[in-house]
Design a protein around this ligand. Structure first.
Ligand code: GLU
Length: 476
């Protein structure tokens, strides 16, 4: 049973407010993107507010480039925010104000211990194999005992007995003995607020009702709650989401490939809705359903269906899912994405026309773009090795016959071209493939392409015949 000094987090009755609080020290990596997604979905599902806070207090490690990348990544994923981002570094005065209020109320105290003293204590603790933490030496001491002008830090006076219990929305009930929580620093000797203080003050001032974040922050919740209680604030609901592991089971790291979400776009050709869908399924589920649109995700997402065990990131599965989303995506949009990859030669209108036959064959935008390359190839076409093999003497001779038959065909439609080619195959007593293969080679320079009659129609009569004739030579 919990004792009287226990502190419980309480639910809130007002509207839901969530925040995503990245530290801008690098890319928006997958774990961060998923945390952002869960916060955003939870707010949207409950008709609440999704907020963004840039935790840029570590001036040495925070960069503008990282801030830009994070904002760009969130925007690309389609996560929008209801207010301008809060920059933690700009709120130091407010953080200090709370530390001084805690000092005033006796919930914090000045600690005059020198770094050398503290190091000596740590060395003793280390030698005695005790947990290394501040021993509370100034907790009950009269600050007047410190010589005039001695530098000091402000430490939080955390409860020493009982335990703190958190009803975590993902982890369930988690308890920590209050004796485990040290009197940590709120204000450094130079007056600058610590990260732990800043987070709590900002969460409160932003009105956050739910703190959804990686479970590497679960311990921090137990350290943050004493500030909340001392200030008499409402505790948020905590939801600590398990981390993402690589397909090999190890914690996700650079070793597992692309690091920032933009790398999934640029290097793997992933669509944002596919990554959105994939991240959603990493740790959250709705029966066996694999594919979700944004609207479905908003309608269905809730924190109670987030699992407790770590999820595994699998690039193959992501690309598979990406293939599904490519097939669902709007042709004009895909045409533009491919045109952006292809550069000057690309004809967006033609790409859009071709998209229905191109997209079933691609798992990512790069494949889609590769599959479209034949549309803009210049004569004489460059041949892959396999395509060149199909254009042996026999193949080239057949192209002559094909060219003749197609030139006689005035109706340049899939149906008519198919009928003509079939008739020719019958006349020559050949399987249709024996004609289609050299045609494909001549028309696309490859051995894989959409259906050959689709290709003929997309290229048009003139270009198709020119490509066939360029490879056709009479049988000697
Ligand atoms: N800035 C922290 C991080 O990027 C998150 C802090 C929090 O969510 O409380 O890991």
């Amino acid at each position: 049973m919990a004792s009287e000094s226990d502190h419980m987090t309480s639910g809130t009755t007002g509207g839901v407010v969530t925040r995503f609080a990245p530290s801008p020290t690098g890319y928006l990596h997958l774990g961060g993107a998923r945390t952002a997604l869960f916060n955003w979905l939870f707010a949207r599902h409950h008709g609440g507010k999704a907020l963004l806070r840039i935790e840029d207090t570590d001036a040495k490690r925070s960069t503008q480039d990282a801030i830009d990348k994070i904002l760009e990544g969130l925007d690309w994923l389609g996560l929008d925010y209801d207010e301008e981002p809060v920059f933690q570094s700009q709120r130091a005065d407010r953080h200090r104000e709370v530390a001084l209020a805690l000092l005033e109320s006796g919930d914090a105290y000045k600690c005059f211990a020198t770094p050398e003293e503290l190091e000596a204590t740590r060395a003793e603790q280390r030698a005695a194999k005790q947990p290394m933490r501040y021993d509370g030496r100034w907790r009950d001491r009269d600050p007047g005992e410190a010589p005039e002008g001695t530098p000091y830090v402000v430490r939080l006076k955390t409860p020493t007995d009982g335990e703190t219990v958190i009803q975590d929305a993902v982890q369930g009930e988690v308890r920590v003995a209050n004796a485990e929580i040290d009197d940590y620093v709120l204000l450094r000797a130079d007056g600058s607020p610590t990260y732990m203080l800043a987070v709590v003050v900002d969460d409160h001032d932003m009105g956050c009702t739910h703190i959804i974040r990686g479970d590497d922050h679960l311990n921090n919740a137990f350290r943050q709650l004493p500030i909340i209680h001392a200030m008499g604030w409402d505790a948020p609901v905590y939801a600590h989401v398990p981390l993402i592991h690589g397909a090999d089971g190890a914690k996700l790291s650079k070793r597992h490939g692309a690091v920032g979400v933009e790398a999934y776009r640029d290097e793997l050709g992933v669509l944002p809705e596919a990554l959105f869908n994939y991240l959603l399924r990493l740790g959250w589920g709705h029966g066996d359903q694999e594919e979700f649109t944004k609207e479905q995700a908003i309608a269905l997402f809730d924190i109670d269906a987030v699992g407790k065990s770590a999820s595994r990131f699998d690039t193959k599965k992501l690309l598979n899912l990406n293939g599904h989303h490519i097939r669902e995506a709007d042709n004009a949009r895909l045409a533009q994405l491919v045109a952006d990859e292809q550069g000057a030669d690309a004809d967006v209108a033609l790409l859009e026309q071709a998209m229905d036959v191109l997209k079933p064959r691609a798992k990512d935008v790069h494949e889609l773009s590769d599959g479209a390359r034949f549309l803009f190839a210049k004569r004489p076409l460059e041949m892959t090795e396999k395509a060149a093999k199909l254009l042996d003497e026999d193949g080239r001779a057949r192209l002559v016959q094909i060219s003749e038959a197609l030139k006689a065909e005035n109706n340049w439609t899939i149906e008519a071209l198919e009928a003509t080619t079939k008739a020719l195959a019958e006349r020559l007593e050949l399987g249709l493939g024996k004609l289609a293969q050299p045609m494909r080679a001549a028309l696309t320079g490859t051995t894989t392409s959409p259906g050959i009659f689709d290709v003929l129609v997309l290229l048009g009569r003139e270009e198709s015949l020119a490509r066939i004739d360029a490879q056709a030579t009479p049988n000697g």
